[in-house]
Design a protein around this ligand. Structure first.
Ligand SMILES: NC(=O)c1ccc[n+]([C@@H]2O[C@H](COP(=O)([O-])OP(=O)(O)OC[C@H]3O[C@@H](n4cnc5c(N)ncnc54)[C@H](OP(=O)(O)O)[C@@H]3O)[C@@H](O)[C@H]2O)c1
Length: 340
């Protein structure tokens, strides 16, 4: 069992006298900044000039500065801007102001793992990574609970990096749920692997294949949407609550029998795992990271944008939109307030 920490292991006093600059006010940024403020910490938000979120952060009672000013002000600088822009922003607006004994913090290890950011040796480098979207980090904190978090320390310059990281996670509410220790290396590689092969890449392609198969066989797209896409959440909620056994308990025996018979037909285990190992190898040797960095730096996101446009035009997205508009099923319309 990996090492776990809870509220009893975290001491918020390690943040006493420390000024925390939260860089970014998106999904994670707003949650960290507001939760830390409500936990009694001294916080400011760092944003680019002209940011659409500047007024929103101020309206929420937070002090807002430019990224450079915030980095200069803060003893702990938490990087909560998009991973692909962090390195440039770090070089220009953060690195010049980092002082010995400061801490540089992350919610994902990409830029440290792939050496896009190489912090000076005199600063602590830690990770406080909620395993959930920022809006859930905020809503669970407000309701007295928390989202489980990962903690990792890449550099322990002060000798207190773990204590500070755990205090930070307690400040955002994560200690209420549990904190698991990891490394920047493992968090980055497993996170990329999970989202590419199972959570985002895997799930979207699986649903798309199911939807297309039914529609091409002449069934109504609305039926295909319900059976292959809408019900995914209901099934995942059951697995999330009690494992695959809980799902199998709730579904019919016919569905469970079909799971055993047809699951391995559409996902041949050894072949799928061989393909997954190839994806993992690209993550481990930096091929994927290099491709993503190039996509942003030299290719103007042409592949990324064309795939996004293509998906928006796919009938499963259009049928889904139409159905969601015409049915009442308790879904949140506003993604920003969605519960997960
Ligand atoms: N979202 C999640 O569920 C999740 C979960 C765990 C970890 N993380 C990690 O958390 C970090 C933040 O992700 P996020 O999803 O919260 O990001 P996000 O919602 O996309 O928010 C991005 C923020 O970065 C700012 N920003 C973008 N480009 C910038 C630039 N060039 N200069 C200055 N500010 C810039 C944006 O500023 P404006 O306000 O001006 O637009 C915005 O406030 C990432 O490392 C991510 O991997 C995310």
């Amino acid at each position: 069992m990996a090492k776990m920490y809870y509220e009893k292991d975290c001491d918020l006093n390690y943040l006493n006298g420390k000024k925390i600059a939260v860089i970014g006010y998106g999904s994670q940024g707003h949650a960290h900044a507001l939760n830390l403020k409500d936990s009694g910490c001294e916080v400011c938000v760092g944003l680019r000039e002209g940011s659409k979120n500047w007024a929103q952060a101020e309206a929420a009672g937070l002090t807002v500065k430019t990224v450079a000013e915030a980095a200069k002000w803060g003893d702990i600088v938490m990087m909560l801007i998009n991973d692909e822009v962090q390195a440039d922003v770090y070089k220009k607006d953060i690195a010049p102001y980092l002082e010995e004994g400061n801490a540089l913090a992350f919610a994902h290890g990409f830029n440290i793992r792939y050496k896009q950011i190489v912090p000076p040796t005199g600063v602590d480098v830690f990770m406080a990574a909620p395993k959930g979207p920022g809006h859930t980090v905020r809503s669970t904190y407000v309701s007295g609970k928390g989202v489980p978090c990962l903690v990792a320390v890449e550099q322990n310059a002060t000798g207190r990096a773990y204590e500070i990281a755990l205090a930070y996670i307690a400040g955002i509410g994560g200690a209420r749920a549990g904190i698991m220790e990891t490394t920047f290396h493992d968090e980055t590689e497993t996170d990329l692997f999970g989202e590419q092969t199972v959570l985002c890449g895997g799930v979207v392609d699986l649903m798309q294949c199911g939807f297309e198969t039914l529609v091409e066989a002449g069934y109504a797209p609305e039926n295909a949407y319900f059976e292959c896409i809408h019900e995914m959440k209901l099934i995942i909620d059951l697995i999330n609550k009690g494992g695959v056994a809980a799902m199998n308990y709730s579904i019919s025996d016919t569905a469970e029998f079909g799971e055993y018979v047809s699951g391995p037909r559409v996902l041949p285990h050894e072949e799928t795992k061989a393909r997954m190992r190839a994806v993992l190898a690209d993550i481990q040797d930096g091929t994927f990271a290099g491709r993503w960095i190039a996509e942003n730096k030299s290719r103007g996101r042409t592949f990324f944008n064309s795939k996004r446009d293509q998906l928006a035009k796919h009938p499963m997205e259009q049928v889904g939109e139409e159905l969601r508009r015409n049915m009442i099923w308790g879904g949140d319309k506003d993604l920003d307030t969605a519960s997960n």
